[in-house]
Design a binder for this molecule. Sequence first.
Ligand SMILES: [Zn+2]
Length: 288
Amino acid sequence: MTAKSAIPAPIQAPADAAERRAHRPVVVYPNGTLPAPDMARLEEARATLEKIDEIIVPPRDGGAFEVPKGHFFRVVSIEGPQVGDLNLWNAADLSERFFSGKTRALHATHVSVGDRLWSSLPHLRPMATITHDTLAWYGWDEDGAGLHDVIGTRCDPYTNRLLSGGDYHHCCHSNLTRALGGVKGLAFREAEPHVHDVLNVFMCTGFTKDTHQYFMKASPVRPGDYIEFFAEIDLIGALSACPGGDCSATHSSDAAACYPLKVEIFRPDMGLLKDWPFPARNGYRNPE
Ligand SMILES: [Zn+2]
């Protein structure tokens, strides 16, 4: 036991510190080891899209939608800069849901065209493939920020209470819970455990260069921008129009200017995708 007032002694670097630091970084899951989707075929299918449904997600609120496999969906900015928090589930089995951490490990901290949204263990298969992103021009800015991150979790009332002491009922976590509950006929408490770490649609984020802390800055999204996905399996989606608005300053309150988001569902000429390799659940089985 150390006395409360004791200040820990600084840790001294060993004599070979520079040598230990000099090893070359190795990408954990190198590009090229993951089978790539046939983007040319998806592009052909995109040329035949017919809109079959849409929902409007009100500001500081959530909405749910269904996308049959082989269809496409878009998250569209409509009235002003607004960030959206996206959850995805297998429409037939809520235990299979979007796995933000593995998506980050397989692709990157931020995702764009050609990247896929992977499902949780033990299913681990692509749930959706990103087929278009009008903000792909943004790339990485001078702060190291990019768009559509799979780093953040979602704003939630528990963390908000921890940090501010107050209660706020329209965090993305709660909006997503209500949206899923509404579409599946579940009470809030029943729906809540199914809500998971999100894809932060349109959000502009990174890690600070000095302290490696998660930061956000004003999203460059403008009305008309959209990100588009191809459904690899039958999906239920939920989207929250974050109370942070464009996430330029704050969230978890009614302070930021907030706008609605639109989700559009499209059907392509299904004949073009009749032999598309729709993914089965992962084949690994533990022998025990
Ligand atoms: Zn949020």
